[in-house]
Design a protein around this ligand. Structure first.
Ligand code: NAP
Length: 327
């Protein structure tokens, strides 16, 4: 008998076909009216789950006693309760690597758009306000040759560092838990403690995962260490940055601007003060949202689930200790 798999993220026909060939597959649109109730009804049978952007609370996990593996269509796994999954012996897989370059592109587009005021000026042209030459009031700032401070120098951080150093001749500083000799060598990157990195930034780009240690890693005190001409870019997770402190710093003119793909609460409320600030470029957590990358992420998640439910070690295990315990 085929194992029961529920996916709560829509998939392409190609990935649906791969899952259907191996499993008794069902799609539940958890975001649709009544979707969560339908998921609750189906969970008792589920041996595999695949999806993202939905929190599987311990109450929901209680409804799924047969669950063996979850394939998250994301690299970040901050929304999963790892101790709870370990206690229940449930494997969790993610999709690293396949999205790295697209997220680095997105970070750089936020950095460039904020520095060159692309959205603001494009809206100004669209509103028919371009009637004469530009004055200083419309000028942006250069990116090339400036200093980028990266908070996090993992896969995405290093892909951003490559663009910054080799593409834009920028100086790259970074903070992480450990130094990265390859990045130091290839991009002339300097490993600095946060308190030394911040005052030297023209641009600060946040790429650390959200965890207990990184929650509000950048608060009012840290933002105050940045020069007033600095631009903050966040493509990691909203709560790494204290959003209220960021808003206060922007409103007080203590920062030049911000390019944000992630927020403390998503979707971002339409009445957020961020959206009233012309020097903020906000995108809808779309760092990996290209046709190619979203399909690659889905393919990777399907690979992980096929292996996990066939008793093979999946390539991208977030909790290898659960696998070890099974062996
Ligand atoms: P990664 O390869 O694991 O890199 C994470 C980096 O953060 C590493 O350099 C790590 O340092 C550093 N770090 C972790 N905890 C830290 C701490 N407490 N203090 C200082 N540095 C710390 O992850 P990745 O693939 O680059 O992805 C990073 C994050 O991006 C994901 O977790 C996710 O939240 C976010 N993301 C967002 C989008 C989007 O759509 N906006 C898309 C994909 C990912 P060490 O190397 O020294 O351990």
């Amino acid at each position: 008998m085929k194992k029961k798999v529920i996916h709560y993220k829509a998939l392409s026909p190609a990935q649906t076909a791969r899952l259907s060939a191996a499993f008794d597959l069902e799609y539940v649109d958890v975001k649709a009216p009544g979707g969560e109730a339908r998921l609750r009804e189906r969970l008792p049978e589920a041996q595999g789950l695949l999806g993202s952007s939905f929190t599987l609370s311990s109450e929901l996990l209680d409804l799924a006693p047969r669950l063996e593996a979850i394939a998250s269509v994301s690299v970040g796994f901050d929304s999963y309760d790892l101790p709870e999954l370990a206690r229940r012996g449930i494997l969790l897989c993610n999709t690293p690597d396949v999205l790295t370059e697209s997220v680095a592109d997105a970070a750089f587009s936020l950095l460039l758009a904020s520095a060159r005021r692309t959205v603001e000026l494009a809206n100004w042209v669209r509103a028919g306000q371009w009637r004469a030459g530009l004055g200083e009031a419309h000028f942006g700032c250069d990116v090339h040759g400036k200093t980028l401070g990266l908070v996090g120098m993992g896969r995405i951080g290093q892909a951003i560092a490559r663009r910054a150093s080799l593409g834009f001749g920028m100086h790259v500083n970074y903070t992480a838990r450990t130094s990265k000799p390859l990045a130091n060598e290839r991009y002339g990157a300097r490993f600095l403690p946060l308190h030394e990195l911040l005052p030297a930034c023209d641009f600060l780009c946040v790429t650390v995962p959200l965890s207990d240690e990184t929650y509000h890693l950048l608060g009012a005190y840290e933002l105050a260490q940045l020069p007033a001409h600095a631009i903050v870019v966040n493509v990691s997770r909203g709560p790494v940055l204290d959003e209220a402190a960021l808003i206060a710093a922007l409103q007080a003119g203590r920062l030049r601007g911000a390019g944000l793909d992630v927020f403390e609460r998503e979707p971002l409320a339409s009445d957020s003060p961020l959206l009233r600030l012309p020097n903020v470029v906000a995108t809808p957590h779309s760092g990996s949202a290209t046709h190619e990358t979203r399909e690659a992420m889905a393919r990777c998640a399907v690979d992980n689930l096929l292996d996990a439910l066939a008793g093979k070690r999946p390539a991208n295990l977030v909790n290898p200790e659960v696998w070890q315990a099974r062996c």
